[in-house]
Design a protein around this ligand. Structure first.
Ligand SMILES: Nc1ncnc2c1ncn2[C@@H]1O[C@H](COP(=O)(O)OP(=O)(O)O)[C@@H](O)[C@H]1O
Ligand SMILES: [Mg+2]
Length: 248
């Protein structure tokens, strides 16, 4: 465990380029950022600005061309693929736009899956508190097809939380949800930070989602162009307008 003053996630001078020649795209252009324990950070920016690439490189789903990433005291660049997979499994939770639940498993089995794969069992009290927090007590034995989109994404959030990871990365977690289900899922991520001290880094294109965060980062052309307190959705909208139309 890192000490309180050390960021739980630290990225330094990350670079990532796709393609070559005419089709060369600089997706990340020297990005440095740290995330403190117990913080909910939102990353926004225009489509193609590098949000997903940043998240994938920091979370060990992809390798940057240059720069370093340290997660919970472990520098990921030095890990071979097997150890990187283990680090992801043990220290990182993921929530994606697509809920990615296994259709043949019940809600509870899906939540427990990261532990099952690792050959571990859940502390029963923690499992009960988690299922209560995500509000799925009466749905725990239902399969994904019997759940609404919002309920499925709440299962995915519980699954990300179950191993008490150092950090949860969420890429557009409400991208497939209506506004009420979005609020449920965002409220849940907020509570994970407030009640469990969870660290969450969320990519979103929705200003209302970002207003649930403590901190707002804006990406443009593969660089961080703003980093500050998130404020309300009006503040976030104003920031975004400045980004897309500097004369506004
Ligand atoms: N696998 C890939 N191959 C080629 N180009 C890619 C790939 N992934 C992303 N890109 C390019 O990198 C840039 C950043 O993409 P991405 O990180 O997905 O942006 P965002 O998530 O902000 O929309 C875009 O120009 C995108 O087209
Ligand atoms: Mg993206």
């Amino acid at each position: 465990m890192a000490s309180v003053s050390t960021p739980i996630v630290q990225a330094d001078d990350l670079g990532k380029t796709y393609g070559s020649g005419e089709t060369r795209v600089v997706a990340l252009d020297g990005v440095s950022v740290g995330f403190a324990a117990g913080e909910l950070a939102a990353i926004m920016g225009p489509s193609g600005s590098g949000k997903s690439t940043l998240m994938h490189c920091v979370a060990g789903l992809d390798r940057p061309d240059g720069g370093t990433v340290t997660i919970d005291g472990v520098q990921t660049g030095g890990l071979d693929d097997r150890r990187l997979t283990e680090l992801r499994r043990d220290r990182i939770g993921f929530v994606f736009q697509a809920f990615n639940l296994l259709p043949v498993l019940t809600a509870e089995e899906n939540i427990l899956l990261p532990l099952t794969i690792a050959g571990r069992t859940a502390d029963p009290e923690w499992l009960e508190s988690l299922i209560g927090t995500v509000g799925l007590g009466d749905r725990r034995h239902h399969r994904p097809s019997e759940l609404s989109g919002g309920q499925q994404q709440r299962v995915a959030v519980a699954r990300a939380l179950v191993s008490r990871p150092a950090v949860i990365f969420a890429d557009e977690p409400t991208g497939n949800l209506d506004s009420r289900s979005s609020e449920e899922v965002l409220g849940l991520l907020r509570r994970a930070v407030d009640d469990f001290g969870q660290t969450v880094v969320m990519v979103t294109h929705d200003a209302r989602s970002a207003s649930y965060a403590d901190r707002l980062l804006l990406l443009q052309d593969g660089r961080i162009v703003h980093d500050g307190p998130a404020g309300g959705s009006d503040d976030v909208h104003a920031r975004l307008r400045l980004l897309t139309d500097p004369a506004a």
